[in-house]
Design a protein around this ligand. Structure first.
Ligand code: FES
Length: 156
């Protein structure tokens, strides 16, 4: 599935909603990512002009936050928690398994599935936790991961 396009007018409209101020940049980027899933280079340049920052400033903020992608995401997004409670329950081994089975490193997309790290899904009591297309799953071992991913692929 092709990533949605971001037109200049919509970007300007989002900037107007928050106010064209440098201190609103994170909120503006969040709104853009919520709507489009990523922030292309031309949008970074436009935002720099509109909030009066350099392109490097905006790019620095985009790359600082894990959720601000500069590449379009896949149709499906799989997030594996890397925070302490999940690490203690095997999320690193689960991540290695996911990388191998999906054929994508963290922050990469393969076969329209994007693999992302996440730092606590608020599901620590059921670690390790995974989020697939916005739905959280707890106590995910490798077999359960494969089953969840299989169901996700079948839902296409
Ligand atoms: S540490 Fe993984 S859900 Fe909280």
């Amino acid at each position: 599935m092709a990533a949605p396009c971001i037109d200049r007018e919509t970007t300007s409209e989002i900037v107007r909603q928050f106010g064209a101020k440098p201190e609103m940049l994170v909120q503006i980027l969040q709104a853009i990512v919520m709507r489009y899933g990523w922030v292309p280079e031309e949008t970074i340049r436009q935002l720099a002009d509109e909030v009066n920052l350099s392109r490097a400033d905006v790019f620095g903020v985009v790359t600082y936050y894990h959720d601000f992608r500069t590449e379009p995401p896949g149709e499906h997004i799989v997030k594996i928690c890397q925070a302490e409670a999940c690490q203690a329950m095997g999320s690193r081994a689960l991540t290695d398994h996911a990388r191998e089975s999906l054929g994508a490193a963290l922050h990469e997309t393969s076969e329209d599935i994007t693999l992302e790290p996440v730092y606590c899904l608020g599901n620590c009591a059921c670690a390790p936790a995974v989020m697939i297309d916005g739905k959280t799953h707890g106590r995910v071992n490798q077999a359960r991961f494969d089953k969840l991913v299989g169901a996700m692929k079948e839902s296409r």
